[in-house]
Design a protein around this ligand. Sequence first.
Ligand SMILES: NC(=O)c1ccc[n+]([C@@H]2O[C@H](COP(=O)([O-])OP(=O)(O)OC[C@H]3O[C@@H](n4cnc5c(N)ncnc54)[C@H](OP(=O)(O)O)[C@@H]3O)[C@@H](O)[C@H]2O)c1
Length: 242
Amino acid sequence: MHPDVQDEPDLVAAYTPPRQEWLRLNMVTSADGAAWLKGLSGGLSSKADKRIFGVLRGLADVVVAGAATVRTEGYGPARPRESWLAMRAGRTPAPPIAVITRRLDLDLGSPLFTEAEPYARTIVITTESAPKDRREEAARNARVIIAGDDRVDMATAVRELRERGLSGILCEGGPRINAQLAAAGLVDELCLTISPQLVGGDAARILNGVASPSPMVLAQVLEEDGFLFCRYVREVGDEPSA
Ligand SMILES: NC(=O)c1ccc[n+]([C@@H]2O[C@H](COP(=O)([O-])OP(=O)(O)OC[C@H]3O[C@@H](n4cnc5c(N)ncnc54)[C@H](OP(=O)(O)O)[C@@H]3O)[C@@H](O)[C@H]2O)c1
């Protein structure tokens, strides 16, 4: 419905990033701004939201998530999909998942680590001060990136990913990671699903951390079943032409 009205929008064209180095957040929120319902994002989502979630993963070189999101949402590796074949031509069949963690309190025997294909080994982005034994254990099944002393520095993490050829970064939250990426000026785009419901309570907003006002431009709005799918980009010139 914005910038023009189309009945069957081409989602791949609608979400293809305008350049290789691109960092987008993908989040769903209730109409009153809650980032979760009963502790999870699932209750805010819809069929169309899941379709767009899949397209965004298909278009990404790497999917980044905070450890709390990985723990609560039960992340596994991203599995290749037939619908990704064309959009991933010249790239690995699925993107790796990269987890940001300080404590490394992750189930290192879970499918996220043991079932990721060699081309999409899970990445652990952590710190010098993370427990050494956990770092060593993680390194058995994952690629470990050190991106800070006491805390992961988001700019360092992004640079390290890009040095490994992972330029197109999709961050799936949670709000604490998002806030740090935004504060570091690293967010090129926000894909925001607005779910038609009120939640109230004390759920965080999609950015939970230090204040970091940054103007965005509304580049696109899709709608299905009362759900709005908004794309906000940082600069007007970054809107894809397709
Ligand atoms: N609405 C949505 O679209 C959406 C999307 C994603 C998640 N969620 C919801 O959001 C909630 C989780 O989000 P959250 O904001 O609480 O947590 P989060 O951002 O997913 O993860 C926070 C964790 O990341 C690690 N971390 C954060 N900053 C770090 C830094 N600078 N250096 C090192 N490690 C760092 C820490 O892990 P360690 O504790 O391991 O050190 C920290 O506990 C869940 O309820 C989930 O369902 C909603």
